[in-house]
Design a protein around this ligand. Structure first.
Ligand code: ARG
Length: 459
């Protein structure tokens, strides 16, 4: 039975009912709706609407319902109730009769759904923090495994300067760390209870909303009833955090897709996260990574959808806001799955060290070293840069790396260049020079790994 039949003499068109009903997706809020309802029943005792015995009866029935839902959440989908709030209330009335009809006193589905969704966000937030942490931990372990493995570093996808595989992995640990704290921040801000805001103007019963908020595990009650029922900032913030983190994961995916390409051949992905072609027997495709990259669009799309839904919505509640759930659920599910999948991709990933080393040495990625060498000999950097540019053009025509030029060849470009240039041009020296904080030398990598390990184990 609908919750609002009294004013209506005609049944809803079945097509409208289908269009309007939200049970097929908000059934995921069952647990939160039940927990919120128990909290509300206690508040109703404090204002004399329910006796303690009545409340105990309601609470027992709600807890029994929760146990049933936990065991089989999909059973809810078999009902034709309008939404999860109607479903819970209907079940309650089925079990405790008329007493169940008292529960909605002083409450609206508007403050109820706002509360349910925030409770759900809090629960999901904890799970997502854990997933981010898991991926960070795996990245650090991968960095340990390939601590000294060299890798070409790129700008403009042109070989720029050598780095290490560990340095690459630790870059993603940093990105995910910002995602982690962004999520914590969003969770802190959404930790306020709208319950007791009524439909929009506040409940007419003298409920201690602060106590109710604490009872439901919130930090405090919201301050303005109009805002309470029309605020969906938490959905936006969580989707925005998810979208940005997905952008990070898409870059991670893209890097690895390129590293796994035949052209690079830097890594081999495990059979567990790749698939074959139905036609070309030789293919091993990086599907897990491509899907992470692809799903980024859908999470960013969900964020945009929510923003557009909220744009210019008049206060307070409007049915438009029912559109908050599908996008949010999908965005957070997708983010969660991608964090998980990224971790799985790293599990059996193999770096082809001879190939990454050869690539790191190639592409004239030691040209900056030659410029710095000239600077050390007293040539201003801008001039040194020009000289090295000419030397690189010459080396390209000779089809040789810089370190294979003879001193005589070097001296065509500047006579200060002597035998002591060769150690400077080595891969080892190039890495070792990057001593400043955040650089790629061995000591900084060791330091960064220790810091990351400590930081993650303290979390
Ligand atoms: N299913 C609705 C939603 O998700 C619940 C709130 C409905 N409130 C109302 N006044 N129609 O937003």
């Amino acid at each position: 039975m609908a919750l609002w039949g009294g004013r209506f003499s005609q049944a809803a068109d079945t097509r409208f009912k289908q269009f309007n009903d939200s049970l097929r997706f908000d059934y995921r809020l069952a647990e939160q709706d039940i927990v919120g309802s128990i909290g509300w029943s206690k508040a109703l005792v404090s204002v004399g609407v329910l006796t303690a015995e009545e409340q105990a009866k309601l609470e027992a029935a709600l807890l029994a319902l929760k146990a049933e839902v936990d065991a089989d959440p999909e059973q809810i989908l078999r009902s034709d109730a309008e939404d999860i709030h109607s479903w819970v209330e209907g079940k309650l009335i089925e079990r405790v009769g008329d007493l169940g009809k008292k529960l909605h006193t002083g409450r609206s589905r508007n403050d109820q759904v706002a509360t349910d969704l925030k409770l759900w966000c809090k629960q999901q937030g904890v799970i997502l923090l854990d997933s981010i942490h898991g991926l960070q931990t795996k990245l650090v372990a991968t960095a340990r495994q390939y601590q000294t493995t060299t890798l070409p570093g790129y700008t403009h996808l042109q070989r720029a300067q050598p780095v290490t595989f560990s340095h690459w992995a630790l870059a993603y640990v940093e990105m995910l760390d910002r995602d982690y704290t962004r999520l914590q921040d969003a969770l802190k801000r959404l930790n306020t209870s709208p319950l007791g805001s009524g439909a929009l103007a506040g409940t007419a019963y003298p409920i201690d909303r602060q106590a109710l908020a604490l009872d439901l595990g919130f930090e405090r009650a919201t301050r303005n009833s109009l805002d309470s029922v029309s605020d969906r900032d938490h959905a936006v913030e969580l989707m925005s955090t998810a979208a940005l983190s997905m952008i990070h994961l898409s870059r991670f995916a893209e890097d690895l897709i390129f590293y796994a390409s035949g052209e690079a051949g830097f890594i081999e992905l495990s059979d567990k996260v790749t698939s074959g072609s139905s036609l070309m027997p030789q293919k091993k495709n990086p599907d897990a990574l491509e899907l992470i990259r692809g799903k980024t669009g859908r999470v960013a799309g969900a964020l945009n959808g929510m923003l557009m839904t909220l744009k210019a919505l008049p206060l307070a509640y409007n049915k438009d806001m029912q559109e908050d759930k599908e996008g949010l659920f999908d965005a957070l599910d997708t983010w969660h799955d991608c964090l998980d999948m990224a971790q799985l991709v790293l599990e059996d990933l193999k770096v082809n060290e001879p190939v990454t080393k050869a690539a790191a040495m190639g592409g004239y990625s030691n040209a900056t070293e030659l410029a710095d060498y000239l600077v050390a000999k007293g040539i201003p950097f801008r001039e040194a840069h020009h000289i090295v540019g000419e030397a690189v053009v010459y080396a390209i025509t000779q089809q040789k790396p810089l370190e294979d030029l003879t001193v005589a060849e070097f001296q065509q470009f500047n006579t200060v260049i002597a035998d002591d240039v060769y150690p400077i041009l080595s891969l080892e020296s190039t890495l070792a020079k990057r001593q400043a904080l955040g650089g790629v030398c061995a000591e900084q990598i060791t330091f960064a790994l220790q810091q990351a390990e400590q930081h993650l184990s303290a979390r």
